[in-house]
Design a protein around this ligand. Structure first.
Ligand code: SF4
Ligand code: SF4
Length: 109
């Protein structure tokens, strides 16, 4: 089996799907926002009904943290764990990952 090699094309960030954040992700993003260089930046995070302890960037859509012009993640240093683990990791596989994986060139997308 060949090792997965991310091409950094951004298609998984552009894919219409949910991004799930854990409490740890939430705290990391809050700490990131508190850093002086990030003062003035905002990140909209929503709670999820019937999923205590999990958050999202909102409804299924292209990721709200993706800059479509620069094709960069706006919160890269603080990105959620599912993005760090992608395409592996339980959150990526069970929830958003499947739809995003279909777009991934490494998986024939
Ligand atoms: S948080 Fe960043 S890395 Fe994760 S899907 Fe959004 S833009 Fe991509
Ligand atoms: S779609 Fe696949 S190759 Fe492109 S950035 Fe995402 S994981 Fe990497």
């Amino acid at each position: 089996m060949t090792e997965f090699e991310c091409k950094r094309c951004g298609k998984c960030c552009e894919a219409v799907c949910m991004r799930f954040l854990t409490e740890e992700d939430f705290d990391r993003i809050m700490r990131w926002l508190e850093q002086e260089e990030n003062w003035g930046k905002t990140v909209a995070i929503a709670t999820i009904e019937n999923m205590p302890g999990y958050y999202s960037f909102g409804l299924p859509a292209s990721c709200t943290q993706y800059d479509h012009v620069t094709k960069q993640c706006k919160i890269y240093e603080a990105r959620p764990s599912m993005c760090r683990e992608y395409p592996n990791g339980p959150l990526a596989i069970r929830f958003s990952g499947r739809r995003a994986l279909e777009q991934c060139p490494e998986f024939g997308g």
